[in-house]
Write a protein that binds this ligand. Structure first.
Ligand code: FAD
Length: 543
């Protein structure tokens, strides 16, 4: 291992860092920025994917094409899902600087106060309650509407109103109003319920991933090193203390890096895999794969939760209205010149939140995303014709899945058992049925009369719950919010404590969507960024 003179005149080990962050995603870029602000600390950020050079990442509407870009996506698939006709669902995850924040739909949603008050209760630490986490949301935010009691301005993360939206998105909001739902122009304001346009993680009409927001401005810091194209294979332990990581770059051999503290921010799928590969997980499962058990952590990979989503697709004869056949060249040229027009659209422009008759508490239990295009199979295969799509998901599922190693080989993806609709009482299925019924009701409103063509999915009118259940089993997909696979909690089985330290070892934290004890009422990027903001302060000892 090499050495060089350090600023205090002593010898600094070249291969030693105070903090090694694994994964440059939503959380990892925040950590890299905040931890390297202390110039006395050496920080290394390791990312398996490449740089975020692709213009499709930065032009918001490029996300329609990103779905087929394997180079920036882990392209996971679940195992056959028993409650979904044994289908294997596609689970995209970002694999580039910015992680999933570089390929996501940019909807900026935090959830509601009760979500975080539940977290605080679940992990026995009031510092995760709404009143304590709100300042961390505000710290991250640079809202184009300016600062207020519930919004921040001047933070790294650009949050803006859309510069362009489709006439069909406006029809959705009108249709929801005539179906009895309020208009809401701020889902992160005093009330979440209602329909409106999403605010988006954009600045000046361009995507604001965490790589753009947090990493780019500090890349020149001498104490921050960023390496892309490196797969971290496991964390290294000396007894019960984590002392570094082992990584691999392409076909070159493995390399070991020393660390004062390792922070896993590899996301809800890869972080538990890394823990297990390091001997930190369910003891019997690790032994079955020939991995030496360093700490028996039974819930690593358990507790997986996701928002299951059902799409209703309707065709339209009004050609050139939807984004189905957008002229890509004109769109890109306009966006490059003016940073506006359809190129600045996040595609999932409008949506809403509803508290259904089945809601069990004061929170909305259904969320909607509207896409002015026929979006089947995540848009991976274009359907003929033009149309529009209403996504509907249930926000608080009881079903839980799990992640299990296929082998001890770090290059082999972990097996994802999402466990959708597996709750024995049918609680989740009833809510998905309510969500699908409501989608049809909203799309049947007069606001769509001028646009409505033939139904695409479902192909025919559905009436009974059994018919809706069949449709859901045949067509439901993820809306990309896996969390909870390394649950934070105060009990012995929780994977991390309320300061995100992995139980049973020293010098290791998990800081990403995996630690969420339960899904928030909405999308998961902003909550993950908040977790990383808070974790940075915990690590630096400033909270
Ligand atoms: C298609 C899509 C659309 C979405 N839309 C929205 C939306 O509109 N709004 C919203 O709020 N949320 C959305 N989400 C969800 C949100 O983006 C994620 O919840 C959030 O980004 C998760 O952040 P994370 O830090 O936990 O993981 P990620 O951002 O996924 O970061 C993990 C990083 O770790 C890297 N990594 C993994 N394993 C290793 C390893 N072994 N070695 C080195 N590096 C590794 C990965 O390559 C990745 O860069 C969407 C997600 C997807 C995929």
């Amino acid at each position: 291992m090499g050495s060089s003179p350090s600023s205090d005149g002593g010898e600094a080990r070249l291969n030693h860092y105070d903090y090694v962050i694994v994964g440059a995603g939503s959380a990892g870029c925040v950590l890299a920025n905040r931890l390297s602000a202390d110039t006395g600390k050496r920080v290394l950020l390791l990312e398996a994917g490449g740089t975020d050079w692709s213009p499709l990442i930065h032009m918001p509407a490029g996300l329609a094409r990103l779905v087929n870009q394997r180079s920036v996506n882990w392209n996971y698939h679940t195992e056959p899902e028993p409650a979904l006709d044994q289908r294997r669902l596609w689970w995209p995850r970002g694999k580039t600087l910015g992680g999933s924040s570089s390929i996501n739909a940019m909807c900026y949603v935090r959830g509601v106060p009760a979500d975080y008050d539940r977290w605080a209760q679940a992990c026995g630490d009031p510092r995760w309650s709404w009143s304590h986490v709100l300042p961390w949301f505000l710290r991250s935010e640079d809202n184009s509407r300016g600062a207020s009691a519930l919004h921040g301005a001047g933070g790294p993360l650009g949050v803006s109103d859309l510069r362009h939206h489709n006439v069909l998105s406006a029809a959705l909001i009108d249709a929801a109003a005539s179906a009895g739902f309020a208009r809401n122009d701020d889902f992160n304001g005093s009330a979440q319920a209602g329909f409106g346009l999403y605010q988006v993680t954009q600045r000046n009409g361009a995507r604001c991933s965490t790589a753009t927001a947090y990493l780019k401005p500090v890349r020149a810091r001498g104490n921050l090193e960023v390496r892309t194209g490196v797969l971290v294979e496991r964390v290294l332990l000396d007894g019960a203390r984590v002392v570094g990581v082992q990584l691999r770059r392409g076909r070159r051999g493995s390399e070991q890096i020393e660390a004062g503290e390792v922070i896993l921010a590899a996301g809800a799928i890869n972080t538990p895999q890394l823990l297990m590969l390091s001997g930190l997980g369910p003891a019997d499962h690790l032994r079955a794969h020939g991995i030496e058990v360093r700490a028996d952590l039974p819930e690593v990979g358990e507790g997986l939760q996701d928002h299951l989503d059902i799409c209703t697709l309707v065709g339209t004869e009004r050609k050139k209205l939807s984004y189905d056949h957008l002229n890509e060249l004109t769109t890109a040229v306009r966006w490059l010149r003016h940073r506006d027009g359809p190129g600045s659209s996040n595609i999932a422009e409008a949506g809403g939140f509803v508290r259904s008759a089945l809601a069990e508490d004061e929170r909305c239990d259904l969320q909607f995303h509207f896409v002015p295009a026929l979006l089947d199979d995540h848009g991976r295969h274009r359907l003929p014709g033009d149309g529009y799509t209403l996504h509907a998901c249930h926000l608080h599922p009881r079903s839980r899945g799990r992640l299990r190693l296929r082998s001890a080989d770090p290059a082999q993806p972990i097996a994802i058992h999402a466990g959708y609709l597996s709750d024995p009482e049918g609680h989740d299925l009833r809510r998905m049925i309510a969500a699908a019924r409501l989608s049809r009701e909203i799309l049947a409103q007069p606001a769509f009369d001028a646009y409505r063509g033939k139904p695409v999915f479902p192909e025919h009118a559905l009436h009974t719950d059994a018919e809706y259940a069949g449709f859901i089993r045949r067509k439901a997909e993820t809306i990309y919010h896996p969390v909870g696979s390394c649950r934070m909690g105060s009990d012995d089985r929780a994977v991390v404590d309320s300061e995100l330290r992995v139980r049973g070892v020293q010098g290791l934290r998990v800081v990403d969507a995996a630690v969420m004890p339960s899904l928030p009422s909405g999308n998961t990027n902003a909550p993950t960024i908040m977790i990383a903001e808070r974790a940075s302060a915990l690590i630096l000892g400033s909270t």
